[in-house]
Design a protein around this ligand. Structure first.
Ligand code: IPE
Ligand code: IPE
Ligand code: MG
Length: 237
């Protein structure tokens, strides 16, 4: 393990991007890239645990990723089932708490059950929490939170003027999770692609050229070192 002279962020979020390009460079089908990406997730989640990161949020499938071919989507869904089961074995061994951010109702009943079981079985674990973003969109998350608040107002349980930043946060998938200090996007793209729009207001972004399936603990070390060189001001001086 590398020496970390600076602070380890409490919450790291990662946009796991670049699986398709990784496969293309090797002349492999895109699904092979997703399989390698799932291995990278397992590797990096375990490394985060050894570093003492408290929350790891990963973007696995966005609300926009349904636009891909039916073949790619079903390949990803199949892999998710397989790799989540393996990740859950790690979870039991290492007391990792799993939460899922996103609208799971669009997933297959089997995958939904796997997610629900994982959440329930790990609810009391506190070593590290992995938030797995599946059919997740930052805008969708805010719309759903707004709908829930509006329903409570309509039912007479809340007043419109009660709405504060804290209260809105409590309706998000990320309720009770502190905002990420560091968001990493590998693959060379420099955009959020609808990830954690609300929670990232003051996050430090680190964009890296490495493709996600190639991502190693040393790359995480480099991102944390870059984070420690940043000067966070939160609007102050
Ligand atoms: C990320 O890798 C995985 C998902 C979005 C599901 P991509 O599949 O987007 O890989 P690239 O960006 O095409 O290389
Ligand atoms: C973001 O990557 C979503 C995930 C990594 C799950 P995309 O590959 O979907 O993002 P765009 O299309 O390049 O913006
Ligand atoms: Mg991509």
């Amino acid at each position: 393990m590398a020496e970390h002279s600076g602070q380890i962020p409490c919450h790291i979020a990662i946009i796991m991007d670049g699986n398709g390009r990784w496969a293309k460079r090797r002349g492999l089908p895109r699904t092979a890239g997703h399989a390698a990406g799932a291995e990278a997730f397992r590797r990096i989640a375990n490394y985060c645990r050894t570093l003492g990161v408290k929350y790891l949020t990963v973007y696995a499938f966005s609300t926009e990723n349904w636009k891909r071919s039916a073949e790619e989507v079903s390949g990803i869904m199949k892999l998710l089932g397989k790799y989540l089961e393996e990740a859950l074995e790690d979870m039991e061994k290492n007391h990792v708490r799993f939460r899922f951010f996103g609208d799971l109702s669009r997933l297959s009943p089997a995958l939904q059950k796997l997610c629900q079981d994982a959440q329930a079985r790990s609810a009391d674990y506190s070593e590290v929490q992995v938030n797995f973003c599946l059919n997740y969109g930052g805008r969708d998350e805010i719309v759903r939170a707004s709908q829930r608040f509006a329903e409570e107002v309509a039912a007479g349980k809340r007043q419109p003027e009660e709405l504060t930043e804290e209260l809105l946060s409590s309706y998000l998938y990320s309720a009770n999770v502190p905002d990420p200090e560091l968001i990493i996007r590998p693959s060379g793209e420099m955009r959020t692609s609808n990830f954690l729009l609300w929670q990232s207001a003051y996050s430090e972004y680190v964009f890296m050229d490495v493709l996600w399936p190639d991502f190693q603990p040393k790359d995480l070390d480099a991102a944390i070192a870059e984070y420690n060189r940043r000067n966070r001001r939160f609007g102050g001086v």
